[in-house]
Design a protein around this ligand. Structure first.
Ligand SMILES: [Zn+2]
Length: 62
């Protein structure tokens, strides 16, 4: 009966405050982690999360 999931931060591996439903589709979503205070670009489809490498966001986040 698992219809939603917390998104795990790809930087520190802990739970963020962002949830996914099984019908949630994300494309290049800027995931903010309150634990390590960094932003990761992710895509998600059917509870599968993929991390996007984006060099621009690294230099913009200051
Ligand atoms: Zn984190």
């Amino acid at each position: 009966m698992q219809t939603s999931n917390w998104v795990i931060c790809p930087k520190c591996g802990r739970k963020t405050h962002t949830k996914l439903r099984e019908d949630t589709v994300l494309n290049h979503f800027p995931l903010y982690c309150p634990k390590c205070r960094r932003e990761s670009l992710i895509s998600a489809d059917k509870l599968k999360v993929r991390t996007i490498k984006d060099e621009r966001s690294e230099s913009q986040t200051q």
